[in-house]
Design a protein. Structure first.
Length: 728
């Protein structure tokens, strides 16, 4: 809580709380739209407006300029007159993070308050004295920030551009934020600057990239750049905003040309090494030039031979089609799902297909881990039934504008569910994503999608503005129109094609015998992935339902068994189980482990692998997804210490409870009777084997015995130190 923001809120409520035109604001000491809107209404009351609203429009501007034709100027140091408008300025400064008069809202406009307005103007890039004009008041009564927000990704390069725009082009753009962030408002501003460079007047430079802006573009290259420095500058600005250049330029320098070429390559544009129409438009709007040619397309129309042939004749070679679902609603609903007959016609026409899954109402709340499980199964079954070849991508759609925090909270869990749903399936399909640039990049960076189908047609999406096109993009949707060919017309989206993925041009006939054989292979593949994550390496020849030697070295022998069953069966001695849900162990259990781990001395922590031990166990949980780890031990009469643990993973399908993949490992350590007696003594000091933290660490320790060079003596020393912490 900011005490001066709180005092500002209290002053507003005390001063205007009895006025029916004013709505009281929350007194919480936090700047937000509620407080800012309250200040706007307070200003309108002071200007004598009979009707107020939390927006600054022509009436507010007119009233302000009539009352303060030269703006609000600094009071003399000895001036004792107070004014509520001065107090509004003080409140706004505190909400912006600038100092006003210390300790209270005084009603003066001099001293620190006036000095802070000069500081604010410097941060805006416009400089000047402390006079508050209408445009400064509007900036004060907004959520715009004028200091670098590096913690949110702001950069000095972008902030410098924002300050230059405010200094040189604010009659086109108004005062824009100077926070170093490239977002919706700055994207509009740089289009307005481009329109200014093109020669449009401020009143018609609206920041929309329409046909007028497109028609006024100049081709700029090394030959004519010297005569067009403003064009070079705004191009360099756009390249910086897109992440391809470091500094603004007004001359054609090698770094600029390299950035242009790199940008063209990244977006699969013709490599002209100059600023042509295609390059200009792709720099400023995510969809680029909607009139450029495309090799790819997608549609919700079921294609026949005539439609497919017309697409091919128009130059298209790749078409995206849906695995399931309908388009429209009620009496106008029609299927959009691919059929085998359609695919035959499409392949015969010479087209290749990429598969899309979207069978939802695309709102943010739809995207959850549980929905990902369900959609993954539906997509798999549809692809299998159509005969989509193994190894092809399925592009799961996130067809809404997610803010970055929503990608974290919704899209990423959704794709984790999809990954979980496709584990252990008899046919292997790769996961792709359709969505905005940021959504595609974030999900791909998590390792949850390997290919992106980018929804760049939605130029207003926050997830497209200021973000590079994903490095793994295969198709880039950039224009929707009604396709007209020989005797056909239907809605079509144009998709740029990167060459990273080309779809498929045939289908397979997956009969039950084939599926059954592939199912066994899939389970073995999953088991091998689990072994690989554990650090064992993959056995040379893994088989199901047979206990097999995994490793044998002096004093240690490990055996394993992989089976498919309804539940994991271990020997009947006592065991402890640790539940894994959505790729994580129970947080309370892991907090116990972490606490006990930190209580060990540095030498012991190092002996068991330091923080890497927790990384190992977390990786194991992530790989399992949903299931459990069970653990038991015994000491035989001849001094052998036997650890047994198993991993049970749910194989998600239409009935996930009916089948589980079980990996069982037993590790036998031989040593002398002294070791046996010492270990028994330690175990007897424990209250119970059910201490989850102990069991979890025991699992880690055994993993370390297997795949690190730590000696058995060091492991036992660490084990003894840890177990002693639980002694009664």
């Amino acid at each position: 809580m900011d005490i001066m923001v709180l005092k500002s809120q209290q002053w507003m409520n005390d001063t205007y709380g009895g006025d029916s035109r004013y709505t009281r604001v929350a007194e919480d000491g936090a700047t937000g739209w509620g407080t800012i809107n309250g200040l706007i209404i307070a200003l309108q009351i002071e200007l004598g407006m009979a009707e107020t609203a939390a927006v600054i429009g022509p009436t507010t501007r007119g009233k302000f300029n009539a009352k303060y034709p030269g703006g609000i100027t600094r009071q003399a140091a000895d001036d004792t007159d107070t004014d509520n408008v001065h107090s509004i300025i003080q409140c706004a400064l505190w909400c912006k993070g600038y100092y006003a008069e210390t300790g209270s809202i005084t009603g003066y406009y001099k001293g620190q308050s006036a000095d802070s307005v000069e500081e604010l103007k410097a941060d805006m890039g416009i400089g000047g004295n402390s006079t508050v004009t209408m445009e400064i008041m509007e900036a004060l009564l907004s959520m715009k920030q004028f200091v670098l927000l590096s913690g949110y990704g702001g950069t000095e390069a972008i902030r410098g551009i924002q300050q230059t725009i405010n200094k040189d082009y604010k009659n086109y753009t108004g005062i824009i934020p100077c926070d170093g962030l490239y977002g919706r408002e700055m994207n509009t501003a740089i289009i307005q600057v481009l329109q200014a460079v093109e020669g449009f007047a401020p009143e018609v430079s609206n920041g929309n990239f329409g046909n007028g802006t497109k028609g006024a573009l100049k081709v700029i290259n090394a030959t004519n750049a010297a005569a067009n420095p403003d064009w070079v500058w705004i191009a360099s600005v756009a390249l910086i905003c897109n992440g391809y250049l470091d500094n603004t330029e007004r001359k054609w320098v090698p770094a600029l040309q390299l950035a242009i070429e790199t940008f063209q390559v990244a977006h699969a544009l013709p490599i002209t090494r100059q600023l042509d129409v295609n390059t200009w438009m792709s720099l400023f709007i995510s969809k680029g030039n909607p009139d450029r040619a495309a090799l790819g397309c997608d549609c919700a129309t079921v294609l026949n031979a005539d439609k497919a042939t017309a697409l091919y004749n128009e130059g298209y070679r790749y078409v995206g089609r849906y695995l399931t679902g309908y388009v429209g609603s009620g009496s106008t609903a029609r299927p959009k799902a691919m059929t085998k007959e359609e695919l035959s016609a499409v392949f015969s026409a010479g087209l290749r297909v990429f598969a899309i899954y979207q069978d939802n109402n695309p709102v943010v709340s739809y995207y959850t881990y549980e929905q990902g499980l369900e959609d993954g199964v539906k997509a798999f079954n549809a692809a299998k039934n159509l005969g989509v070849p193994e190894g092809e991508f399925i592009y799961f759609a996130v067809d809404c504008d997610m803010m970055d925090y929503q990608v974290t909270a919704n899209a990423i869990p959704y794709f984790r569910g999809i990954r979980e749903a496709l584990k252990g399936k008899p046919l292997y399909y790769k996961v792709g994503i359709y969505g905005s640039r940021n959504t595609c990049t974030r999900v791909s960076d998590e390792g949850l999608a390997k290919s992106s189908f980018v929804g760049d047609m939605s130029t207003g999406y926050s997830g497209n503005m200021g973000y590079r096109i994903p490095t793994n993009w295969a198709f880039d949707q950039f224009h929707e129109y009604v396709f007209t060919g020989a005797s056909v017309n239907f809605d079509l989206d144009k998709d740029a094609y990167s060459g990273r993925y080309s779809g498929f041009n045939h289908v397979e006939n997956y009969d039950e015998a084939y599926i059954s054989s592939k199912k066994t292979e899939a389970y073995i593949d999953r088991a091998e992935q689990i072994f690989d994550e554990l650090g064992y390496g993959v056995p040379i020849e893994m088989v199901l339902e047979k206990e097999t030697l995994l490793m044998k070295i002096p004093n240690l022998e490990a055996n394993y068994k992989v089976s498919i069953s309804e539940a994991l069966n271990l020997p009947e001695e006592d065991f402890v189980q640790i539940i894994v849900s959505n790729g994580k162990f129970d947080e309370a259990q892991m907090e116990i482990v972490s606490s006990e781990f930190e209580s060990l001395d540095a030498e012991t922590r190092e002996a068991i692998g330091g923080n890497g031990a927790f990384k190992t166990i977390s990786t194991l949980a992530s790989e399992i997804g949903n299931g459990k780890v069970v653990f038991s031990y015994e000491i035989s009469s001849d001094g052998k210490l036997v650890f047994r643990y198993g991993i049970e993973e749910e194989v998600f399908n239409d009935q996930p409870e009916t089948e589980k993949l079980c990996v069982y490992v037993s590790i036998t350590i031989t040593n002398d009777t002294t070791f046996k007696e010492e270990f028994e003594s330690i175990m007897e000091s424990l209250p119970s084997l059910e201490t989850v933290a102990m069991v979890t660490l025991l699992i880690i320790l055994i993993l370390l015995i297997i795949f690190t060079g730590i000696s058995l003596a060091a492991i036992l020393k660490a084990l003894a130190a840890f177990l002693t912490a639980y002694a009664v």
